[in-house]
Design a binder for this molecule. Structure first.
Ligand code: DHK
Length: 155
């Protein structure tokens, strides 16, 4: 597929410990690092007519601030809040505040793990949720999210 000019701006946000992907609990999270996710998403986005900004932090406040900066600047947020999925009202409120469609991604199937991982503060405000499909889940979120933006524009 040939590259098109960017029509959509996508922000990919990753929460705590995801900087250690590829080295951390590889039986659960796999061998690929965050760099693979970010470069694959940039490449796929370019093919789909979108541009991607990536952000990772281990700090809740930094994640909130980066989400706030997306207000009026971003068409889609793909977020894996990692452990903050299960605890952070602040991240939920930031996502609600910016009013941008959200797709939540988890590398592992959080419903198959410890009971405390089954609750997400993001799922009920997200357009969609992908869990358990490994790091490929980010690419699926990107494709699905852009397809939805394209469809909404055509209406
Ligand atoms: C990543 C984490 O770091 C955990 O805290 C979540 C999520 C699950 C994931 O599967 O991507 O519970």
């Amino acid at each position: 597929m040939t590259e098109q000019a960017a029509r959509w701006r996508v922000l990919i946000v990753n929460g705590p410990n995801l900087n250690l992907l590829g080295r951390r609990e590889t039986g659960i999270y796999g061998q690929r690092g965050l760099e693979w996710i970010e470069s694959s998403c940039r490449e796929r986005a370019a093919m789909l007519g979108a541009e991607v900004a990536c952000f990772q932090s281990n700090h809740e406040g930094e994640l909130v601030e980066r989400i706030q900066q997306a207000m009026g600047q971003t068409d889609l947020i793909i977020i894996n809040p990692a452990a903050y999925t299960h605890t952070s009202v602040a991240i939920r409120d930031a996502l609600l505040a910016v009013g941008v469609p959200v797709i939540e991604v988890h590398i592992s199937n959080i419903h198959k793990r410890e009971p405390f991982r089954r609750h997400s503060y993001v799922s009920d405000i997200a357009e969609g949720v992908i869990a358990g499909l490994g790091v490929e889940g980010y690419l699926l979120a990107l494709e699905g999210g852009i397809r939805r933006l394209d469809a909404a524009e055509r209406q």
